[in-house]
Design a protein around this ligand. Structure first.
Ligand SMILES: Nc1ncnc2c1ncn2[C@@H]1O[C@H](COP(=O)(O)OP(=O)(O)OP(=O)(O)O)[C@@H](O)[C@H]1O
Ligand SMILES: [Mg+2]
Length: 173
């Protein structure tokens, strides 16, 4: 099976001081689930940021979809990021947008026409059990409901990689 992610001798240092992450070496394959555990502050979110390209490593090689993601030209990064769905630890929903519009966002950014949005977004809302909250703003939703909107937004674009940072922290068993 072809690898989809590879980290080679990756290190991450925030500012001066010791490395937060050191000597990361691992390979991930398509069609698989991987789980990362560690104490609070161990560096889980930092590792995921490297994976979804919101943080550059201070050393080492990160290969995504068979390409070097660290040295790739900046203008190619947005296209790469669209292939990766992310559920953030702090959700990061857009506060002035409804649940529907938050979930529709990745499709709109990708240029999907309005008439083609309705059905997939409605299906996603139903899938996460929020079919009746389409017009609700994030602040009026519970933590678990916001998390479910975040999950729906992360998967609606059918990303090749889904990165989820503590995605079940606020939802039912
Ligand atoms: N942007 C940043 N600048 C400086 N230090 C940071 C930054 N982000 C994280 N850190 C530090 O890096 C370390 C790892 O943080 P990280 O958020 O990756 O941990 P975590 O394993 O996700 O923790 P938690 O389980 O609490 O979410 C912590 O000591 C944190 O203070
Ligand atoms: Mg974290």
């Amino acid at each position: 099976m072809d690898e989809i992610v590879r980290f080679e001798n990756v290190g991450l240092r925030y500012g001066a001081g010791t490395e937060t992450l050191a000597d990361l070496n691992f390979t991930l394959y398509p069609g698989s689930f991987y789980f990362l555990t560690g104490a609070s502050g161990a560096g889980k979110t930092s590792l995921l940021k490297l994976l979804y390209l919101s943080q550059r490593p201070s050393r080492g090689v990160i290969r995504l979809f068979g390409e070097d993601a660290v040295t790739m030209p900046r203008e190619r990064l947005p296209g790469f990021r669209r292939r990766i769905g992310v559920v953030f630890q702090d959700f990061r929903l857009v506060p002035h947008l409804s649940a529907f519009d938050n979930i529709a966002l990745p499709l709109r950014v990708a240029g999907v026409r309005e008439k083609d949005l309705e059905t997939p977004v409605a299906e996603m809302l139903d899938w996460v059990g929020l079919g009746d909250r389409a017009s609700a703003r994030p602040a009026t939703l519970s933590g678990g409901e916001q998390q479910r909107v975040a999950i729906a937004r992360a998967v609606i674009g059918r990303p090749e990689i889904l990165v989820a940072d503590e995605p079940t922290g606020n939802v039912d068993p």
